[in-house]
Design a protein. Structure first.
Length: 631
């Protein structure tokens, strides 16, 4: 057995125990602790009753995994007022695990005992919480191995080592020294009624009316197998009172499901981590205090999780712009600004998700096993995109199952504080690049169906590079008409831009040019492109915002649903106003691609009363000629 005197003294020092008696109940683990103020006695656990009744100033009792034997568990009830030190030898090691995976383990296995994590779970069930821990690591010398599971130069070994470290399997630990204090047991009634879904709602109490609607939408669920954890983050007292009042107003059956948990410090990720820690469900979902869910939300998640247990569940989400107003009496009222948009109503696509987040977080139900058992956490160093970072950390291990129905509404606010208004584009881009860097520096498990799509993506990228490589480099100007028409003098250069495939162009300081009656934006110099869900977000000098969607955008292309297709070079998009407007900023959003699908061709043919059916790209020229004859 290893000499753990140093580790025991270190953990006692951590807990500021400088004197008294330490009792070691393990006759197998000899300790020789000698200090002026600490006395260590070795007493078998079966003789503890006499020692405890006659001794004073017992500061800690050292036990091993035998404490979990039925005959010894009753001693823990007697130790509730004393610090418990659990010393256990790790029953598993990296070499054995990797050999087992390879099917090449030729030695008789002697796996008997508990891992450090298993000790914590068993102690927590008995009401003890770990207050300190020290690990003694094995000394491992690198060896040249033929087995690629063990060969340090192999990609497989690299992946297994990354996974072992990432999930904190602790295979390199030889001994665990853990300190426990009694904090109380979880009731059996509470454990037996654990729900399927834990709904984590973070709030600062600044959006009371949206929160009221958020909870109201939860009251209408067709499936009631959920709990609600409202995480009050860095709340002022007056805001906390408002939130508690809203909770009090909820129907009785919903109120019983709600737990209000104050959280102090940290950033946006902190209340999520606390919520996931406190969650009792098998799945958890983040439902912010200003969004809405439909009656099928919980039911759809549960049904799909039963079909694909362990996967991340992804459902369709509509988005809609809203504003927060006040009536004559000063009461807050919520108003929609446009029709719901279906831009997030599509299946999860792993490869596209590597580029940027396209999944509103209320459409994602995460299995709690990776968080609670494998060490995955929301990164509290990120001010934005923390949900995308977590999604990309677990989705390749868990997989994703799609619910192909709309379950919720992601509300976009024109005039209230949100993560987009609190952080500028530069911070969002910086965090996005950091997450992509992390993905570049770790191995990924690629889901089966994406190999063919990767090949197609490479082929398309080669095609784009050969034909339109300049397109990615261009900085597209915005033309405006302030009474002098469109010309090279009436141009604003882009202030910041994200281009291809996601478009996010910002043009600033337009108030300098006076009243503007129309705008023109050229998405490219080339044809054969599709702009999906284009939007002109126009911020006026007076603080108001106008959003022009595809229905109000003119172009020299063809509109199909929410898409505008341009076959010819020099594509142009226009928005016109009924009167000149004093504009301060214009943001152009959308997605650009060359994915002009068969269905789009057929819709165009039908739109122009043609019986043309395009079967292959080789028919494109003939198709264009026929289209021209109908124009």
């Amino acid at each position: 057995m290893a000499d753990l005197n140093k580790e025991v003294l270190e953990i006692l020092d951590k807990l500021d125990i400088q004197n008294g008696i330490v009792i070691n109940t393990s006759t197998e683990q000899k300790l020789d602790i000698k200090t002026d103020k600490i006395e260590c006695k070795t007493i078998p656990i079966e003789n503890l009753d006499n020692e405890l009744s006659g001794q004073k100033n017992i500061r800690a009792i050292i036990v091993n995994e035998k404490i979990f034997e039925e005959s010894n568990k009753n001693y823990l009830e007697k130790f509730r007022d004393i610090l418990i030190l659990v010393i256990t030898e790790n029953p598993i090691d990296k070499r054995t695990v990797f050999e087992l995976l390879s099917g090449q383990c030729n030695e008789k296995l002697k796996i008997d005992g508990y891992t450090g994590r298993a000790i914590k779970e068993n102690m927590e069930k008995l009401g003890f919480t770990c207050s300190a821990e020290i690990k003694k690591y094995k000394e491992v010398k690198p060896e040249n191995e033929e087995n690629i599971f063990l060969s340090q130069g192999s990609l497989l070994n690299h992946y297994l080592n990354w996974l072992e470290e990432y999930v904190q399997a602790e295979l390199d630990v030889e001994y665990f020294v853990q300190a426990y204090q009694y904090t109380g047991m979880t009731s059996k009634e509470q454990e037996s009624k654990a729900p399927f879904l834990s709904v984590i709602t973070r709030t600062q109490g600044k959006r009371i009316e949206p929160l009221r609607e958020t909870l109201l939408s939860l009251a209408g669920q067709s499936c009631d197998d959920f709990e609600v954890l409202i995480m009050g983050h860095n709340m002022e007292l007056q805001n906390e009172k408002k939130v508690l009042q809203v909770i009090e107003e909820t129907p009785g059956f919903l109120k019983q499901k709600i737990r209000f948990i104050p959280v102090t410090g940290g950033n946006r990720s902190t209340p999520i981590n606390k919520g996931f820690e406190k969650a009792r469900g098998s799945y958890a979902v983040i439902f912010d205090d200003d969004d809405l869910v439909f009656d099928n939300w919980v039911a759809a998640f549960k049904e799909k999780a039963q079909e694909y247990p362990g996967r991340v569940i992804h459902s369709y989400v509509v988005s809609q712009y809203w504003s927060l107003e006040k009536d004559d009496s000063g009461r807050e009222i919520l108003r929609t600004e446009d029709a719901p948009n279906n831009q997030f109503c599509k299946d999860f696509h792993f490869i596209n998700e590597l580029y940027g987040n396209s999944c509103p977080v209320l459409g994602l139900a995460f299995p709690l096993f990776p968080f609670k058992k494998m060490g995955f956490k929301f990164d509290e160093t990120l001010d934005t995109t923390e949900d995308w970072d977590y999604l990309m950390s677990v989705c390749d291990l868990c997989g994703v199952a799609d619910v192909q129905e709309v379950t919720s509404m992601y509300r976009l606010w024109n005039n209230t504080e949100n993560s987009h208004s609190l952080h500028d584009v530069e911070i969002w881009n910086t965090n996005r690049e950091e997450i992509q860097r992390r993905m570049e520096n770790r191995p990924l498990l690629l889901p089966e169906k994406y190999v063919g799509e990767l090949i197609s993506a490479i082929e398309k990228d080669n095609y784009l590079f050969e034909k339109n490589h300049k397109q990615k480099q261009q900085v597209t100007p915005l033309y405006y008409d302030n009474g002098n028409g469109y010309n090279e003098n009436n141009v604003k250069r882009v202030g910041s831009a994200q281009f291809y495939p996601q478009l996010n162009y910002e043009y600033h300081n337009l108030e300098e040019v006076g009243g503007i009656s129309s705008l023109r934006w050229d998405p490219s110099e080339f044809g054969d492109i599709c702009v999906e869900n284009p939007r002109f977000v126009i911020d006026l000098k007076n603080g108001k915002r106008i959003v022009k969607y595809v229905e109000e955008i003119s172009s020299n292309g063809f509109r199909i649903g929410n898409n505008i297709i341009f076959f010819h070079p020099d594509p142009q998009m226009y928005v016109k106003f009924s009167r000149p407007l004093n504009i301060s900023k214009v943001t152009i959003l959308g997605t650009m691609s060359q994915d002009i699908t068969q269905d789009m061709h057929n819709q165009l043919a039908h739109k122009y009363n043609s019986n043309i059916i395009i079967k292959t790209k080789t028919n494109l020229k003939a198709f264009l000629k026929k289209i021209k004859r109908h124009l």
